[in-house]
Ligand binder design. Structure first.
Ligand SMILES: Nc1nc2c(ncn2[C@@H]2O[C@H](COP(=O)(O)OP(=O)(O)OP(=O)(O)O)[C@@H](O)[C@H]2O)c(=O)[nH]1
Ligand SMILES: [Mg+2]
Length: 280
């Protein structure tokens, strides 16, 4: 069972709930390789009628067709969904435009009362999806700390983007019980669950099986091996890479790490695990 809900997330959920009362809008950051798995059911009741912009980030690592299907699904009920790659400079301009559009009415109402309102936008999402990177991109400078692992941001941080917009960076949050283990595995593949609590070998076996089903060529062409299932696949990856233990047996632990790392770096091609039909 994969489950990760440390104390700082309980605290963060409380902070998010409190600050939603003063927020005008929310940028909800999802990972393009598993956008629907990144939706936290706990947020839905908390968000209510809040204007929401889904930022489907790391789009260059995702499968364009699948990402478009997820975007169409997420764009229901007045919510916006935008694919982006926040590590590319100025790529958050469409997010800024969406914030302006969704808050236009509020800004104008305030203007009628003679107030130049500053919009407050909360950025939230599961760990490691690029929340802090998006904020830095919006600002054009590194105002928040980012890092390639789950749980980098630990507290709240208000950041002023310009005189009309303030954004709140929040720690990545999951939910107390990841009851759907398929979702939990996908979050683990993309680095949204702390690696130290995962069984890398088990995870890589599942990853190999899932990839072989969804993208049959991803592993075979990367490692130049025949298609095979879980454990056998890791054996083949190890042999193909020359990862051998003393005595010549395959170092499948090392192969497991390599497979997960290759997926995360996009070396297995453009991949999106989630299918809209699985989330009906
Ligand atoms: N390939 C790629 N990497 C990205 C993109 N956006 C962010 N990253 C990387 O993803 C990692 C996590 O980014 P952060 O901004 O720290 O993510 P976060 O959501 O704030 O993470 P927590 O604070 O841990 O919840 C960093 O290594 C970023 O450089 C993107 O569009 N493409
Ligand atoms: Mg962060």
């Amino acid at each position: 069972m994969i489950n990760w809900y440390p104390g700082h997330m309980t605290k963060a959920m409380r902070m998010i709930e409190e600050n939603l009362r003063i927020a005008d809008t929310v940028v909800y950051v999802l990972d393009a390789r598993a956008p629907l798995s990144c939706i936290n059911p706990n947020f839905e009741s908390m968000l209510g009628s809040m204007p929401v912009i889904y930022a489907v980030n790391k789009a260059e690592l995702g499968d364009k067709t699948r990402v478009s299907e997820c975007i169409a699904r997420l764009s229901a009920n007045g919510r916006r969904a935008i694919a982006l790659s926040a590590t590319a400079s100025k790529s958050t301009a469409p997010v800024l435009n969406a914030i302006r559009e969704l808050c236009d009415e509020k800004i104008n109402k305030a203007l009628l009362k003679g107030v130049r309102k500053s919009i407050k936008c909360m950025v939230l999402g599961v760990p490691n999806t690029g929340k802090s990177t998006i904020i830095n991109n919006l600002c054009g400078s590194a105002k928040t700390v980012t890092g390639n692992k789950a749980g980098v941001t630990r507290g709240k941080q208000w950041v002023r983007v310009n005189e009309r917009l303030e954004v709140l960076d929040t720690p990545g949050t999951l939910y107390p019980k990841l009851s759907d283990q398929r979702v939990a595995r996908r979050l683990a593949y993309i680095g949204s669950i702390k690696d130290e609590i995962l069984d890398t070998y088990e995870l890589a076996c599942s990853l190999a099986d899932e990839l072989n089903e969804l993208y049959p060529e991803a592993i075979t062409s990367r490692y130049n091996i025949e298609k095979s299932t879980g454990e056998e696949c890791l054996q083949a990856v190890a042999r193909s890479r020359g990862y051998l233990l003393k005595g010549g047996s395959a170092d499948t632990e090392r192969a497991a790490l390599a497979l997960i790392d290759d997926l995360r770096r996009g070396r297995l091609g453009a991949i999106t695990f989630d299918r809209v039909s699985e989330f009906e």
